[in-house]
Structures are given as C-alpha cells and as structure tokens.
Ligand binder design. Structure first.
Ligand code: URA
Length: 191
C-alpha cells in the first residue's frame, strides 16, 4: 500500500476489488484535514456523493455540517470517510463481502491519519468498527476505547432526517464529542 495520501487516493480510485465499481460514477475516497485528530466514518456514498465524488454532500451531509458547526467544528477540522467507497445500488446496505473488500483503504486512511477519536455514523459503521452487535439505539454517545483510540457510535444523519425525534439525543452525543475533543485533542480547537 502506498504511503502518501495522494498515492492512496489514486490507487483507491482505480479499485475493482468488488463489483460496486461496475455501477459507480465516482469513487468517494474521503475528504477533510489530513492532520485531523477526529475521523468520521459513514456507511457508503449515496446518489449525490456518487455524482460528486465527495462524502456527505446531500441532505444528510448538510445535517452533519450543522451538527459539526454546533460544536464549533468545520468539515476541514476533521476527516470524513465511509466504510465502502463506492455507492451500493439503490442505497442498499453494503454486503459484508463489499465492506471486507473495501477495508484495506480505510485501514490505510487510519494509518496515515492516526486519529485520536473515531465517530461512527450509524449501525453499519459502528458494527464494523466498534462491535458486531453494537446497538446505536442503546449505546450511542458512549466513548469506547480500543487500541488507544476512542470510538463513539451515533445516529446516522440520514436516519435523523427520517426520525427527527432522535435529534436531541444525537446533539447530546455531539456535546460528549466536543468535551472528549477538548480533553484529548491537541490542536483541534486551537487553530
Ligand atoms: N451516507 C453515508 O453513509 N455516507 C455518505 O457519504 C453519504 C451518505
């Protein structure tokens, strides 16, 4: 695997490790600050992301931007990636084999970024990154330490658009995130 962001992104954009390449318009590699201490992980690109090659640019993405802003962060203060880099047709959940095939890219993003805090947006990311039986409903907002990295699972912004009654709990999770950043991050709020 290459050890620069540019080379990694180049290789990722040519990936054909699973069949999602056949229906993608763009590979959605990830965006944000390559020195970020906080990594957000979603599930996979939707239609807007596939069209633009950028994660979280649709309605759910705007909600994510709003939530970041409430805790004093901009997209460029964090890094945003997905479990799968290519859009699953009809926005279905990624198949386990697709997630597995895509994991090396995320692993390399971890290696280049070495984040202090990882926020998993929704069930697919939380179950892949935290624990296979992670329940967002029951365990959202909890800080879980794994291998020296702090993980949190929270609601997926698209789920919040469908179920806005969960927004207060999601905002509370972001408050926990803000406090955790203040406790463990060196430069996120001091630019
Ligand atoms: N939903 C995701 O999980 N990721 C995106 O990039 C966009 C929507």
């Amino acid at each position: 695997m290459p050890d620069t962001w540019e080379a990694l992104e180049h290789d990722c954009k040519n990936c054909r490790e699973c069949s999602l390449w056949e229906t993608r318009t763009n590979v959605v590699f990830g965006v944000g600050n390559q020195n970020a201490e906080v990594l957000f992980i979603g599930e996979g690109p939707g239609a807007n992301e596939d069209a633009q090659g950028v994660p979280f640019v649709g309605r759910a993405g705007h909600l994510l931007d709003d939530m970041l802003e409430i805790i004093g962060l901009k997209r460029d203060d964090v890094y945003i990636a997905n479990i799968v880099k290519c859009r699953p047709p009809q926005n279905r959940d990624p198949l386990p084999a697709e997630s597995e095939a895509c994991m090396p890219w995320l692993r390399e993003q971890f290696r280049l970024l070495h984040p202090k805090i990882v926020v998993c947006l929704g069930r697919v990311a939380a179950q892949r990154m935290i624990r296979q039986d992670f329940s967002v409903t029951r365990e959202h907002g909890q800080i879980i330490e794994k291998g020296g990295i702090l993980f949190m699972g929270t609601f997926h912004p698209a789920a919040l658009l469908r179920q806005p009654q969960n927004k207060p709990e999601a905002f509370a999770d972001f408050t926990v995130l803000r406090d955790t950043i203040a406790a463990v991050c060196e430069h996120t709020y001091h630019k």
